[in-house]
Design a protein around this ligand. Sequence first.
Ligand code: SF4
Ligand code: SF4
Length: 144
Amino acid sequence: MGEPVTAAKPRSYYDCVKCPAFCCSIYERVQVTLRDIRRLAKHFGVTEQVATTRFTKVWGKERVLRKKADPMFGQTCQFLNLETRNCGIYHARPAVCREFPTTTRCAYWDLLKFEREQQDDPDTLPLVKITFHARRNGKNGKKS
Ligand code: SF4
Ligand code: SF4
């Protein structure tokens, strides 16, 4: 038998490091699981109970990360570094943040690039608001 075949990671057509973090800001909720809370508790050296109270809140039937004021989008995830616009807890971020987006493209990154080309301004920031008519339940992902 030859070497085991390992699937190559598909190329991503977006750059989160250069993005102002639309996905951390425009969604109503970032879902957290018990495993996410355990990771947060370990990262901050607090109990799961403290992490749950301090970093999360109940939204509908699920638990989500708390948000904070953001001069750019109005509100954003409490863990976003407002200076760098990158995640302040990258290695302890919830699973949905690790999985997002589930495609090789990010619509928000495409929009950012599109508008910067259209406006001929490398600093233009298209402000985006997203709403959903119906709530979907269960699935992972930063949405509604
Ligand atoms: S996933 Fe998309 S919106 Fe989120 S930080 Fe990366 S490029 Fe920006
Ligand atoms: S935990 Fe990090 S990646 Fe997830 S929404 Fe907050 S700032 Fe963004």
